[in-house]
Design a binder for this molecule. Structure first.
Ligand SMILES: [Zn+2]
Ligand SMILES: [Zn+2]
Length: 259
């Protein structure tokens, strides 16, 4: 269950087969993305102590199937409003939903006690954003699906207390792995996904002192291994590995409280 009266978060699962993240201030719970089928989503939510009807809204980062694939059905079945950019909507991948609200990149909005800053990211979707959440004087960054850490991203995610960060691939594994050349270029390119070394560089630029939790997310099944992510990031942490967590495809990540 989310902790009462504090900013907390959990992952239903993370990776190219589906992503969904819960954010809560203890009273208001929102879901960021849903790339899982409905029964699977309900089961994953139950594991984290929530029923879909307890959600206040679903926020969509972009229209790739691993993020939007399960949003429409879940919203329709449980009467949930969906927040997304006009670009994500125009992809046509959401279908009809009971209510939707536009997200304007870089324009702050709030859902009850959660203050949300949508941040434009370099990724090969129509109008992709990632999010910075603030509640109860604490701040959580959600930052996956970006091809490189742009200056805008680096500035926008300064000062977070916790960060969910893409560590998609190891460059060596991607180069030697099973993907066809075109897909390798896409994933490793400036509008694809963040490599472990890029995640490390970004973390250094953001500064690690304030970060209580760093959640490595969206790991590629074929082009990465948790050990390689840890090998890359642990040297940044002055030996305090307890701050570093990995969100898995099947099991996600249990509730974490930002103190
Ligand atoms: Zn994705
Ligand atoms: Zn994507």
């Amino acid at each position: 269950m989310p902790a009462p009266q504090s900013l907390s978060f959990a992952s239903l699962g993370s990776g190219s087969k589906g992503n969904a993240t819960l954010i809560s201030d203890g009273e208001t719970h929102v879901l960021v993305d849903c790339g899982f089928g409905m029964r699977d989503t309900e089961r994953r939510l139950a594991r984290l102590g929530l029923h879909p009807r307890q959600l206040e809204a679903i926020l969509v980062t972009h229209e790739h199937g691993d993020h939007i694939g399960g949003v429409g059905a879940l919203a329709r079945r449980h009467g949930l409003p969906v927040y997304l950019t006009p670009g994500s909507w125009l992809s046509g991948r959401l279908g009809e939903v009971p209510r939707h609200h536009w997200i304007t990149p870089q324009a702050r909005f709030a859902i009850k006690g959660l203050v949300i800053d949508p941040v434009t990211v370099p990724h090969d979707a129509r109008e992709p954003v990632q999010f910075r959440f603030q509640a109860r004087d604490r701040c959580l960054g959600v930052l996956t699906d970006l091809g490189h850490p742009s200056a805008h991203v680096t500035e926008a995610f300064q000062g977070c207390d916790a960060l969910i960060l893409e560590c998609n691939h190891d460059r060596g594994m991607l180069a030697e792995g099973p993907y066809p050349p075109r897909l390798k270029r896409r994933v490793g390119g400036d509008w694809g996904h963040l490599a472990n070394v890029q995640a490390a560089k970004l973390l250094k630029e953001l500064g690690l002192d304030r970060l209580q939790r760093i959640v490595c997310s969206h790991l590629s099944e074929h082009n990465n291994r948790p050990e390689l992510v840890l090998e890359t990031l642990v040297p940044l942490l002055d030996g305090d590995e307890s701050r570093l967590l990995v969100a898995a495809q099947d099991l996600g990540l249990d509730w974490q409280t930002v103190n």
